[in-house]
Design a protein around this ligand. Sequence first.
Ligand code: NDP
Length: 481
Amino acid sequence: MSGDVYRNYINGQWLEGQKITTNLNPSDTSDVVGQYAKADADDCVAAIASANKAFDSWSQSALEARKAILDMIGDELIERKEEIGAILAREEGKTLAEGIGEVGRSGQFFQYYAAEVLRLMGENTASVRPGIDVEVHREPLGVVGIITPWNFPMAVAAWKVAPALAYGNCVVLKPAELVPASAWILAEIISRSGLPDGAFNLVMGSGREVGEKLTSSAGVDAITFTGSVDVGRHIARNCIENMSRIQLEMGSKNALVVLNDADLQSAVDCAVAGAYFGTGQKCTASSRIIVESGIHDEFVSKMTEAMGKLVVGNSMTPGVHIGAVVDERQLLQNLKYVELAKEEGAELVQGGERLHLETDGYFMSPALFINTSNEMQINRDEVFGPVACVIKVDSYEEALEVSNDSDFGLTSGIMTTSLKYASHFKRHSKSGCVMVNLPTAGTDYHVPFGGRKSSSYGPREQGQYARDFYTIIKTNYSKPY
Ligand code: NDP
């Protein structure tokens, strides 16, 4: 760091950029989180070169040394989660509790993959030809380009950087321009972890320049991306040109089904948490709430009552349930969708307005629409804000059909006390993660995460399944004599 500007980290050096990005708190725009050096395409090229140079040593590093480095990063994140969580909440707008939770979870990703370093087993089998042995094992892939979105500025970076390093790869991380602080803190911790210079690089720049260079460079062996569908599709095309491996996690339009036999209070609690916590800025948010007719009116009435108790406000204020929207652009987009839903004939029963509070920020009251149909654009497009729609259906079968009728398929949920319907839904829901009597948002770190259709492309993230992306398989044949 020089003066007050936080720099990029390339080849073990903290480097200035040609320009500076000012990181503002969306809960209070008079609060400057920090000034961050902006990387350009040349910086990205230098980062890719340094990652390639470091690959020989890091890919051959001793397993216990690798494990110790990941443990150190994870432990420090967990020890400092309150302090770092406050910075994360200031830069992204989510509540302090959510910020602290995210940093703690990020630490757990590093601790989990520290242990995985020692668990990468191969296979040994006989050949179909007598007297020949066959070994199948996994090797590090090479240089991994990591591109992250703004909504989970630390956790998404952690769940990609930790397995990339654990399996012996070198990394170039490009965080979303809006939220460089969390990624910078992660880089600063990594810089003291004992990792060889160049094995991890941070380039804080725009998607259009730095992201473009990263995804179109032949020196990058794989790209893992979380963000919007359009950018994901574009990145995939770039990667194919170079035959680089791709993993894309994108948007969704997750359905929560509420059946007549559901526990009403649990259904309301799960719907509120899934739709609005994190200001609805989650790829796993419950944006379509599909409710069976027998419970519909009571559910809507209890849901609006619960929403009336939600406190929207400055992310740092105790007692706030819903923090700020990330920026003006996103807030205007949310409000545009509220107007569109009204024009389509949906009935707004709660919220959906811009709020002007004590601090100058981007606040919005959580919105609930009823009398919506699955054909409306509000139920097709991802809003990525605190906006949810109720779709009334007459049976479980109709609920399942509506739930699956989407271009996306990341998560889905069902609220029911019936084993029959819960089991059927788990089997027939066309999403990557299915929740029974739980919110659609909120997943574990030791099991796979990902979706279907336009929500995901490529191998799963997280848990042991992550190795399918971060390693390459080699098959050895040998004749022992
Ligand atoms: P974007 O797709 O706009 O951006 C994601 C990242 O890609 C950012 O770092 C961005 O850079 C970068 N980028 C933009 N253009 C390019 C390009 N041409 N080449 C390479 N990189 C580029 O999404 P948002 O960050 O706005 O996040 C919101 C979206 O992400 C939502 O649709 C949401 O559903 C999805 N998402 C999905 C998740 C999942 O796991 N499935 C999790 C979280 C979010 P820059 O900083 O310049 O914008």
